[in-house]
Design a protein around this ligand. Structure first.
Ligand code: ATP
Ligand code: MG
Length: 295
């Protein structure tokens, strides 16, 4: 690693949310790194290997869990992060959940319910492809969705979004206090790059399946989404779970930042393999004897 990873991550971690402005973050930034495709691949492989080693300890220790949240506009590279970062991790210890428009069953519950039941168990890494943050993004940009949720009208006032932020902060504090480390990534793609990627999906037959005509409609609301993202980050970046605003115009860099942030977060948990007590050691000694004497 020919760069200072702590410094790199600190550029994208939002620690002064009051001063945060989305326009100060450059989607095509890569911390001055110019890696070739192969170099980036090798570099990522090393980081993923390190994550995999720590994940084994996380699983063995069975106390902490890690929740990774991915939020982004369409075509920002959520899938590429999932494919390339999670692929090297033992699937037994990792759960990916995608959240689409809520089903009627989900709408019978409050907006935090479906993500709560999908939280990772102790010892696991859980990844949310979209999350409860959609409540202050798509729902804020399309407030008519609130009607479908059947929340009593008297409870929806002018402070509704501030109340949602309060609830998210409280929920994440609760998770922090109970051993779930929450890592949140906003993959910050530029409007130009999104257009390029949409056109590729239309023009390249192998990518046609990824194209969703509805995404163009959401693109037309770009500025509203950016305002919602900025307000979300300003209101929900906290000491225990800050947002990372990850440049997303270069996919190799996006993956690398997410992987490093995961590896760093796992390092901070003080993981260790559980120690075996004297009685268990004695038992193992006996088992060893039986096994070696076997004919
Ligand atoms: P991909 O397009 O790569 O398959 P995706 O995450 O964009 O992945 P889609 O099925 O295209 O998946 O989109 C999911 C849609 O569901 C998004 O437009 C998102 O905003 C919407 N959605 C997610 N959560 C909610 C919610 N709580 N309320 C309303 N809409 C939601
Ligand atoms: Mg989509």
């Amino acid at each position: 690693m020919a760069y200072d990873r702590a410094k790199m991550l600190s550029q994208y971690r939002i620690t002064a949310p009051d001063k945060f402005r989305l326009k100060d973050m450059k989607p095509d930034d890569s911390f001055g790194l110019t890696l070739s495709k192969d170099e980036a691949k090798d570099e990522l492989k090393d980081v993923v290997k390190s994550i995999a080693g720590k994940q084994e300890m996380l699983y063995a220790q069975d106390q902490w869990s890690l929740l990774v949240i991915l939020q982004a506009m369409d075509a920002a590279g959520k899938d590429s992060v999932l494919d390339n970062v999670m692929s090297g991790i033992n699937p037994q210890g990792c759960q990916v959940t995608s959240f689409k428009a809520p089903t009627s069953h989900e709408l019978d519950h409050d907006w935090l319910w479906r993500t709560t039941v999908a939280l990772p168990e102790r010892g696991r890494i859980g990844v949310f492809n979209r999350s409860y943050y959609e409540e202050v993004l798509v729902v804020r940009v399309h407030p008519e969705i609130l009607g479908k949720q059947r929340v009593p009208k008297s409870l929806i006032g002018k402070d509704i979004w501030q109340e949602r932020f309060d609830d998210i902060r409280a929920f994440e504090k609760h998770m922090a206090r109970n051993g779930t480390k929450v890592l949140k990534f906003f993959l910050n793609v530029s409007k130009e790059e999104q257009k390029k990627r949409f056109l590729e999906r239309i023009d390249e037959p192998d990518k046609n399946w990824k194209f969703n005509a509805g995404d163009v409609g959401e693109r037309m609301l770009w500025d509203k989404y950016m305002d919602a993202y900025e307000d979300m980050i300003r209101n929900t970046s906290t000491e225990h779970s800050p947002w990372f605003v990850v440049p997303a115009d270069k996919k190799w860099f996006t993956r690398l930042v997410v992987a490093h942030a995961m590896d760093e977060a796992l390092s901070g948990l003080g993981l260790a393999y559980p120690k075996v007590d004297a009685a268990a050691l004695e038992e193992m000694k006996k088992a060893r004897e039986i096994l070696t004497k076997e004919k």
